[in-house]
Design a protein around this ligand. Sequence first.
Ligand code: ADP
Ligand code: MG
Length: 231
Amino acid sequence: MKETTDKAHQLKISNLSKDFGKIQVLQDVSFSFNAGTSVAITGPSGSGKSTLLHIIGTLEEPSHGHVEINGTDPFKLSEPELARYRNAVVGFVFQDHHLLPQYSVLENVLIPTLAFKQQPDATQLAQELLKRVGLTDRMSHRPAELSGGERQRVAIARALINKPSILLCDEPTGNLDTTTAGTIADLLFELHRAERNILIVVTHNLELAGRFENQLKLADGVCTLEKGNGR
Ligand code: ADP
Ligand code: MG
């Protein structure tokens, strides 16, 4: 599924609007990003940050406009095709880790590999990812036996196991203390540089947002794009 040309790794949003009945959340949002770039989404609570992330991640449909990822409009796919596509193309990290408590760290990371085609080397890949996030000695632990920062490391490894083109993170450091939040952000950037995916992170932390190459600011349904410092 990993493709090599620039065009194949593109996210394009055109004239996207989203309303929930009378609530207009996003109005005529357009932008496009290529592989290897990083994007922070900021804005007040209720401004539509999570909604935008969910639409990019194909969990929610736009009311108007188009989403194109790697040359495909996912909302034109059938339900089973969309499920397969989502599993392969996007990875999610949420504010709450969403790990399954009854499974070990290693098993949690393997979950996205079980839904569709079996990958023969999945266990090895999961072990490598857990090494990269610094959890080699925690693989057989249950989520309850880990710290908050460690749980987010597992969630990040799980999100990357299928080598997604786009990694979507919704306030991934929102529940962590400042120091732990900093190390998790560093880890996200490090993995992003290695994987060359599109990293999109919703954050309230403006200092963190300043480290991204692009900043999408949401307010009153309108989205403005600013260039950040880049890390
Ligand atoms: P943010 O993540 O920026 O805090 P959200 O994207 O979660 O904002 O929500 C934006 C607005 O859309 C809010 O007013 C919220 O109440 C509304 N909203 C979000 N999801 C739904 C939904 N499934 N049904 C109805 N309204 C929703
Ligand atoms: Mg939100």
